[in-house]
Design a protein around this ligand. Structure first.
Ligand code: MN
Ligand code: MN
Length: 461
């Protein structure tokens, strides 16, 4: 297998230059101007950007949710991802109570195997952690899972008490893994929800109104406090508020290894998009919820100033018809999660680069390079260097695209960004040297994706 990309403008997190790229045996083999090599395929990338493939470190494919599962599995979800220029994902495996962490790892490996079309890794969600299981964290690291997520929300299902979180953090400090936190004060939220239901407030908008911004701020602060005391590195998932952002900024100013991601839905959608008139609002039910619009500007500033380092999707789709409507009469029964895996690169390009908020290099950094560094995949993934995996996207900065559920590839019957026009889209997508998207078609083989055995991340930046 060999492939030559001619005449493109190569963009990495640090560099911007014109050169040809020669790919052999799944890897970048040469980067030079006017390369003349025989290759099985030659792509002319004149006028296009040549970027490292996107890395989405927060997805939930084939995720059980009560009686149902998220509507994309590893096949449909990773195909949709590849259309959007994402060539690696990290999905979340969830420990079942009473079972080992390894058990969850095996279950999620089975879900992905034979289906994923791009490379994939897993984070492990810890739902209980007796002392006898602490060593399992170390074992998983040897198996390529180097990040562990815990919940401060959902007391009845997933939440861990601070003692358990602290215990896991101390283990992470010892073994060099990264702790991920879903930062919402679940106890406080559940109390607010209970009162709302008692007052007959059952419409979808009350999902958002019963999870106030302060409950994220408080949980972010508490998780930072625990992380500082334990000495571990911390990564806050799906940060949605200025309340949380301020706490992260303070910790980073003190030099603590605290990182955070936000998601397109918090940059582009807000409480003002809910009309409170009908059940359509259920499409915008995900957790944390949409916030008042002013938070958006703060989150963009966070991305510009490197107080936020990553943009991931939290892709967790549920169909409006047949899934979201389980909560027709009670917002707490609406499956919480939204689709986004296909549109992340486009949305960030539109809002960030076209919107002149940050450079094209920063766009690559937020969507690929820093995720690769933090999650132990760099420089195999997340850059275009000699020896790195040839996960490369030919990005056409002028291609016009209108986002719509009519044309998207995610297995879900609505889009959060219906009708939105984007200038800039993936044209050709290459995964480990193989063209998988060409001429708006997926041409790869189902199941070709491989498990990424991740190393420990770099938390020193
Ligand atoms: Mn979450
Ligand atoms: Mn999530």
């Amino acid at each position: 297998m060999s492939l030559l990309i001619k005449n493109g403008q190569i963009i990495t997190a640090e560099k911007d230059f014109f050169a040809d790229v020669y790919i052999k045996n799944e890897k970048v083999n040469l980067i030079e101007q006017n390369l003349d090599r025989d290759a099985q395929d030659i792509i002319d990338a004149k006028g296009k950007y040549v970027i490292p493939g996107g890395i989405d470190v927060h997805t939930h494919l084939d995720m059980p949710y009560g009686e149902i599962t998220s509507s994309d599995d590893f096949e449909t979800g990773t195909i949709a991802a590849s259309f959007g220029g994402t060539t690696s994902i990290i999905d979340f495996a969830t420990q079942s109570k009473g079972k080992s962490l390894q058990d969850a790892f095996n279950i999620w490996q089975k879900k992905a195997k034979g289906k994923a079309v791009i490379d994939y890794g897993f984070h492990m969600i810890i739902t209980e952690l007796p002392d006898s299981q602490l060593a399992e964290m170390d074992e998983l690291i040897n198996n390529g899972i180097t990040s562990f997520k815990m919940f401060m929300a959902y007391p009845d299902r997933l939440m861990l008490d601070d003692n358990t979180i602290f215990k896991a953090m101390k283990q992470a400090q010892k073994n060099g893994s990264l702790i991920l936190i879903h930062a919402e004060n679940g106890i406080e939220i559940d109390e607010i929800v209970k009162n709302a239901l008692a007052e007959g407030k059952t419409a979808p908008i009350f999902h958002a109104l019963t999870r106030p911004a302060e409950t994220e701020g408080e949980a972010v602060e508490r998780s930072i406090e625990l992380a500082e005391k334990s000495g571990c590195s911390l990564y806050i998932v799906h940060l949605s508020t200025n309340d949380g952002l301020e706490k992260i900024s303070e910790a980073r100013k003190k030099g603590f290894p605290v990182f955070a991601e936000t998601c397109p839905q918090y940059l582009f959608l807000s409480l003002e998009d809910m009309n409170n008139q009908n059940f359509e609002d259920a499409k915008l039910i995900f957790t944390p919820p949409v916030r008042e619009k002013w938070h958006q500007q703060k989150l963009w500033e966070g991305l510009i100033n490197n107080q936020l380092q990553v943009v991931a999707t939290d892709h967790c789709p549920f169909c409006f018809n047949g899934q979201k409507d389980l909560g027709k009469n009670d917002f707490t029964k609406i499956p919480s999660g939204g689709p986004g895996i296909e549109n992340r690169m486009q949305l960030l390009f539109e809002g960030g680069v076209n919107g002149r908020r940050f450079s094209i290099n920063r766009w690559v950094d937020l969507t690929s390079t820093t995720p690769a560094k933090l999650f132990g995949m760099y420089p195999k993934k997340g850059t275009i260097e000699i020896g790195s995996d040839a996960d490369i996207v030919i990005w056409d900065p002028n291609k016009m695209h209108t986002i719509s559920s009519e044309t998207h590839h995610m297995n879900v019957d609505y889009s959060l960004y219906e009708g939105m026009k984007i200038q800039g889209s993936a044209e050709t997508v290459i995964s480990r040297g193989e063209i998988i998207i060409s001429n708006n078609k997926f041409i790869g083989e189902v199941g070709r994706g491989r498990f990424i055995k991740r190393k420990k991340g770099n938390y020193n930046f």
